[in-house]
Design a protein around this ligand. Structure first.
Ligand code: SF4
Length: 171
């Protein structure tokens, strides 16, 4: 009887670990420690990640630590595409850069999670170069006297765009 209570606590601990692993598997979160989550006002939010050299700031939805590596996870709502949208891939790449800047270790990949499935996106040197090109273009565009013309005819893109309220070219 002396061992009944410790044994009971041990069984509870095993059950909690098992439940937590199962939940992570269901959610698609890789094994690792959830170190930082931005899920709105209800949860504690750390300061956004910042890279002064690139003048880049951002905050992934999750960062998961897997071994020595920090993996950014971006959660998207709406329709699940057959492959990630380019804009989402570049957003994730920006988070990879910010994670590397903050933690001194370049992530090998990040994850984009849509409602129906998630995609592992390799943070390749090519993707990083593409991101830098995009950032250069964006910084150059900021100094143009005229705004860039809209590059698409998709009203759905405008509906989920973060600039919708301020954009005079929205569909
Ligand atoms: S709202 Fe404006 S900036 Fe956003 S996608 Fe539409 S046209 Fe582009």
């Amino acid at each position: 009887m002396k061992f009944a209570i410790p044994l009971f606590l041990l069984l509870i601990a095993f059950a909690l670990v098992w439940l937590s692993r199962r939940q992570r598997a269901c959610l698609g979160i890789p094994q690792g420690r959830l170190v930082y989550a931005d899920m709105g006002a209800e949860m504690r939010v750390d300061a956004p990640l910042f890279d002064a050299a690139l003048n880049l700031v951002g905050r992934p939805d999750y960062l998961v630590r897997s071994g020595e590596e920090f993996i950014p996870i971006e959660v998207k709502s709406g329709r699940t595409p057959a492959k990630p949208y380019d804009s989402h891939v570049y957003q994730l790449a920006a988070y990879c850069v910010l994670v590397a800047s903050r933690y001194g270790r370049r992530p090998t990949h990040g994850i984009i999670r849509y409602p129906q499935r998630e995609f592992r996106v390799e943070f390749t040197p090519e993707l990083e170069r593409g991101l830098h090109t995009l950032l250069d273009e964006m910084h150059a565009a900021k100094h143009r006297p005229e705004p860039l013309p809209r590059s698409h005819n998709q009203a759905a893109r405008c509906r989920v765009c973060g600039f919708l309220a301020r954009c005079d070219q929205s569909l």
